[in-house]
Design a protein around this ligand. Structure first.
Ligand code: IVH
Length: 674
C-alpha cells in the first residue's frame, strides 16, 4: 500500500471509530440510539475486518478492544495518585443533621450549605485514568492506596468511554482520574444466575458480588459477556478542571461522555436532602439496579478543600443508608412448586419478616444441589435477602444458632400437583414432572402464553388465569379464544365492562406474528430470541411444523437442545390438534415481515400519546412495526405521525408546538389499513 492509501485508510478508521463511539454513547450512556442495532453492527464489523487485515493500525481506544482480550496470569498492582477513601455511614435523618452540625462547627459558618445527593450504587468502586482523552488504565479500589489493574476488563464495559469527547469550549484534560461504580442491573444479574444454575455453578448471592466477580476475571472475554454498567461520581482531584462544585463536575463529566446518575439532585439545604432521600426510598424498588443508600456531598469544592479528610473518609461527604436488605428468620418448611416445563422447585416457607419495608414469607431455594451446598435444614435460622424485584433468596443457615433438632429437607418423589413420579435427568440439577397433562404445568403454560413474554393479552395476568382455570373455563390455549363475556360476568371480580374488555383484547390478539406466537407457546429452550431466528428462517408456521432436524441445524444459533425440543413439541399429536383448533377459531399467524423497505409504513416514525379505544398500546406498536414503521417513545423531529388518543399527555402539546402532524385514532386506523 502506498503512503497516500495508508493515510486514507487511517483517516477512514478514525472516522469509523469516532462514529462508533458516538453511537455507542447514544445507546449505552444516553439510552437514546439514533441508528438501528443492525447498522451499528455493520459499522463495527467493518472496523473488525479492517483491523484484522491491518493489525498495526489497531489503537488502544478502538471500540474493537471492548470484546475482551488475552488471558492474564494475575492482576498487576496500580497505585492511586490520591487515595480512594470510603464514606462515613448515616442511618437516620438525625445522623444527617449531626453531619451538617459538625461541618458548621468545623468551618464556623452559619449560612446554608448546598449539597449534591447521589444514589449510592451497590457495586464496585473503580478508578479510570485518561491521558489526552484516551483511557490508559483502570483499577479497583484495593486498600485505597493500591488497587488491581483491571484495564482490559473495564474496557469491555460499554458505558465507559475509551476516548473522551471534547468538553465544549474547554480542552480535554491532559490527565484525568475519574472514579465511579461498576455495577450489574437486576436483569443482567438474573440472566447470569440462570446461566450458572443451568451450568451447575455456584450462584452469586447478590448483584454486588456478581459485579465484583465479573470484574475480577483474568479472562476479559468472560467479563465482556456480563452486562456490566458504570456511573461516574467524581474525580481524584478537581482543582485543574473548569468546575467549582460537584454539580458542575457531574455536568462536565457528562460532556466528556460519561454516564452520570439521573437521580442525582442538587439540594439547597439539608431539608431538601432529606426529602430526596425519601423520594429515592419510594422509587428504590422500581429501579433497574440496586442502590443501598444515598451519598451526600457538600457541593462547593472550596468548602470540600477546607473540610479535608479524616484517616478513612472525607469530612464533606456521608452515606445515608437504607434499612438492610438482609435479615434473619426461621425456615419453617419447604414447599415444592411445579413450573411450566415441569421443573419442581423448592420454595422456603419462612416466618414472615420485614426486609427493607416489604414482608417476606417465601424465598426460592433453586434446586436440590443448592440446598445441599448451603446445608439448609428445616428449623434453621437463615439469612434472607431481598434486592429490588428479584425473588427473595435464602443465603445461608446461621450455623451457630443450631439446636440440633433441625430436620433435613427431603425432595419429593411424586409431583405435588398430579402425583406422577418425578424424574431427575442425568446431568441436570432439577427434578421434573414428566406428565404433560399435569394441571400445574398446564396453568403455568397458559399464564406464560397470555403473559408479557407471550401474547401479552391485557387483563389475562397470573391471577385471572388462575381463576379461569379453577372455574374450569380454560384448560388449554384454544379455550381462551372461546371465552364469551357471559362466561365471565358473575364470577368474582367481573362486571360486564371488564368482561367485554378482556374478550376484546383476546380477539385483538388473534392476528399475531410468527415469532410472538412461537415464544408464547413456551416450548422448552425456545425464548424470544430463538423464536425470532425461527421466524426469519421459516417464515410461516406451516414450514416450521414440517421442518426436519437438518432444517433446524441450518439456522445459526439453533443447536441440538433447541432442535430436539422443537421436534418433540411439534411431533406431539395434541400440539398439532391444538394448532388446528386455533386456526379454526380464526387465529391468523402473519408470515414474517420482509425487509422494511417496500412495506407501507417504512420510514415513518409513530409516537403515541393518550389511550386508544380499540387497541392496547402494545398492539398499536406491533401493528406499526409489522407494517415496517418505527415507534418512538419521546418526541423529536424524526417523528412523522403523532397519534393522539383520549387524555393525551404533554407530548401532544409539544407536538403541536413543534408543528408535527397529529392523527386521531380513526385516522391512525386508516393509515394502518392503507
Ligand atoms: S463518593 C470520598 N459517590 O460507596 C468519596 N461513593 O464507602 C468516596 N459509592 O465503595 C466515594 N456510589 O464506590 C461516592 N455516588 C457515590 C457513590 C459512592 C457508591 C461507593 C463507593 C465506595 C463506597 C464508599
Amino acid at each position: 500500500m502506498n503512503m497516500s492509501d495508508l493515510e486514507q485508510l487511517k483517516a477512514h478508521l478514525w472516522d469509523l471509530r469516532n462514529n462508533l463511539n458516538f453511537h455507542s454513547h447514544r445507546y449505552y450512556v444516553l439510552d437514546d440510539p439514533v441508528i438501528s442495532d443492525q447498522e451499528y453492527d455493520r459499522l463495527f464489523q467493518e472496523l473488525i475486518d479492517i483491523e484484522a487485515r491491518y493489525p498495526d493500525l489497531v489503537t488502544p481506544d478502538s471500540p474493537s478492544q471492548r470484546v475482551g482480550s488475552t488471558l492474564l496470569s494475575k492482576f498487576q498492582s496500580v497505585g492511586h495518585t490520591y487515595p480512594m477513601l470510603s464514606l462515613e455511614n448515616g442511618f437516620s435523618d438525625s445522623d444527617l443533621l449531626g453531619f451538617e452540625e459538625r461541618i458548621r462547627r468545623f468551618l464556623k459558618i452559619f449560612t446554608t450549605i448546598s449539597y449534591v445527593a447521589e444514589p449510592k450504587l451497590d457495586g464496585l468502586a473503580v478508578e479510570i485514568v485518561y491521558e489526552h482523552g484516551i483511557m490508559v488504565t483502570g483499577s479497583t479500589r484495593g486498600d485505597g492506596r493500591v488497587g488491581e489493574d483491571i484495564t482490559n476488563n473495564l474496557k469491555t464495559v460499554s458505558s465507559i468511554p475509551l476516548k473522551l469527547f471534547s468538553p465544549g469550549d474547554w480542552p480535554v484534560p491532559e490527565r484525568l482520574e475519574v472514579r465511579g461504580e461498576v455495577f450489574i442491573g437486576f436483569k443482567g444479574f438474573k440472566k447470569l444466575n440462570e446461566q450458572r444454575l443451568a451450568d451447575r455453578e455456584n450462584l452469586f448471592a447478590n448483584p454486588r458480588n456478581a459485579a465484583a466477580g465479573s470484574l475480577r476475571q483474568l479472562d476479559s472475554r468472560i467479563t465482556a459477556g456480563r452486562q456490566l454498567d458504570f456511573f461516574v461520581y467524581g474525580v481524584s482531584d478537581p482543582s485543574s478542571l473548569p468546575c467549582r462544585n460537584q454539580d458542575e463536575l457531574l455536568k462536565y463529566l457528562g460532556m466528556l461522555g460519561f454516564k452520570t446518575n439521573p437521580l442525582t439532585a442538587l439540594c439547597d439545604d439539608m431539608n431538601q436532602v432529606i426529602a430526596h432521600f425519601d423520594r429515592l426510598g419510594d422509587i428504590r424498588s422500581d429501579l433497574a439496579y440496586d442502590i443501598d443508600g444515598m451519598v451526600i456531598k457538600v457541593s462547593s469544592f472550596e468548602l470540600q478543600t477546607r473540610l479535608g479528610s479524616k484517616a478513612r473518609s472525607p469530612r464533606w461527604a456521608i452515606a445515608r443508608k437504607f434499612p438492610a436488605s438482609q435479615t434473619t428468620t426461621r425456615l419453617l418448611s419447604v414447599e415444592f412448586g411445579v413450573g411450566r416445563t415441569g421443573a419442581v422447585t423448592p420454595v422456603a416457607i419462612l416466618e414472615p419478616v420485614s426486609i427493607g419495608g416489604v414482608t417476606v414469607s417465601r424465598a426460592t431455594l433453586h434446586n436440590e444441589d443448592e440446598i445441599n451446598r448451603k446445608d439448609l435444614h428445616i428449623g434453621d435460622m437463615v439469612l434472607v435477602q431481598r434486592a429490588g424485584d428479584v425473588i427473595p433468596e435464602v443465603i445461608k443457615p446461621m450455623f451457630d444458632l443450631r439446636k440440633g433438632d433441625e430436620q433435613p429437607i427431603l425432595m419429593p418423589e411424586r409431583c405435588p400437583e398430579c402425583g406422577h413420579e418425578l424424574v431427575r435427568p442425568v446431568g441436570e440439577a432439577v427434578i421434573r414432572c414428566p406428565n404433560s397433562l399435569c394441571p400445574a404445568q398446564r396453568l403455568r403454560s397458559l399464564i406464560h402464553y397470555t403473559g408479557k413474554a407471550g401474547m401479552d393479552i391485557e387483563g389475562l395476568g397470573k391471577k385471572v388465569m388462575g381463576q379461569l382455570a379453577s372455574e374450569g373455563l380454560i384448560k388449554d390455549i384454544p379455550d381462551i379464544y372461546e371465552l364469551k363475556p357471559s362466561d365471565l360476568v358473575g364470577l368474582e371480580g367481573w362486571a360486564e365492562k371488564s368482561a367485554d374488555n378482556v374478550v376484546k383484547a383476546i380477539q385483538n390478539s388473534m392476528k399475531i406474528s410468527l415469532s410472538k406466537f412461537i415464544a408464547a407457546l413456551g416450548i422448552r429452550y425456545v425464548g424470544e430470541v430463538t423464536a425470532r431466528l425461527l421466524e426469519e428462517h421459516f417464515n410461516t408456521l406451516d414450514f416450521l411444523m414440517k421442518a426436519s432436524e437438518a432444517d433446524f441445524y441450518e439456522i445459526e444459533g439453533v443447536g441440538e437442545q433447541v432442535t430436539g425440543s422443537l421436534i418433540k413439541y411439534f411431533d406431539d399429536p395434541s400440539v398439532r390438534e391444538m394448532i388446528v383448533r386455533l386456526m379454526v377459531l380464526g387465529m391468523e399467524i402473519i408470515p414474517s415481515a420482509p425487509a422494511a423497505e417496500g412495506l407501507p409504513l417504512a420510514g415513518r416514525v409513530f409516537l403515541f400519546t393518550g389511550s386508544l379505544k380499540s387497541f392496547s398500546r402494545s398492539e398499536a406498536k406491533v401493528r406499526v412495526k409489522e407494517l415496517g414503521g418505527h415507534v418512538a417513545s419521546s418526541i423529536s423531529k424524526k417523528v412523522t405521525h403523532v397519534v393522539c388518543g383520549q387524555k393525551p399527555g404533554s407530548k401532544a402539546r409539544k407536538a403541536l408546538e413543534m408543528g408535527l402532524e397529529i392523527f386521531s385514532e380513526e385516522e391512525f386506523e386508516l393509515v394502518l389499513s392503507g
